[in-house]
Write a protein that binds this ligand. Structure first.
Ligand SMILES: [Zn+2]
Length: 150
């Protein structure tokens, strides 16, 4: 796999900084204004796996739009949607964060957000549920919903 990098938006000047994944534990500063960068505002270039322990931090506490895909290993439509969501995570890096939740391992989250079927996508904006997308939507429709959130 090519080296992963993260887009981190500077809190101070808003510039987007690309940071190699291998350096994500280091201190980094903004290339434009030299302010320290905070990795809690990082956008991974793929759908990051999140569970009941990390959901609060990675989704509800995230200071920007997040698309959450609930999926399951036995779900055929999910196999269609997962690569699309990974592509979108690259294309929208720095704008929308993408995470995925395995339904079977995170039943409490699914019931908390009333996810009754997979695939289901939940859009969060500033920690609040913004929209709920049901089923295996084609890429252009997902993009349409992403734009509504930006
Ligand atoms: Zn800056």
């Amino acid at each position: 796999m090519a080296e992963e990098s993260f887009i981190v938006r500077c809190d101070k000047c808003g510039a987007k900084n690309r940071i190699p994944g291998s350096r994500s534990g280091d201190r980094a500063v903004c290339g434009k204004c030299r302010a320290p960068l905070h990795f809690k505002a990082a956008y991974p270039p793929y759908a990051m796996a999140v569970d009941e322990n990390s959901f609060e931090r990675e989704v509800v506490g995230f200071p920007g739009p997040v698309l959450v895909l609930f999926w399951a290993t036995w779900c055929g439509h999910c196999r269609t949607v997962l690569p699309i969501v990974d592509q979108l995570a690259t294309e929208y890096s720095g704008l929308v964060k993408f995470v995925k939740v395995d339904l079977d391992r995170n039943q409490a989250l699914a019931s908390q957000y009333q996810v009754q079927s997979v695939p289901t996508m939940l859009e969060f904006k500033n920690g609040r549920l913004f929209n709920r997308l049901l089923g295996a939507l084609p890429k252009d429709q997902i993009i349409h919903h992403l734009r509504a959130m930006l």
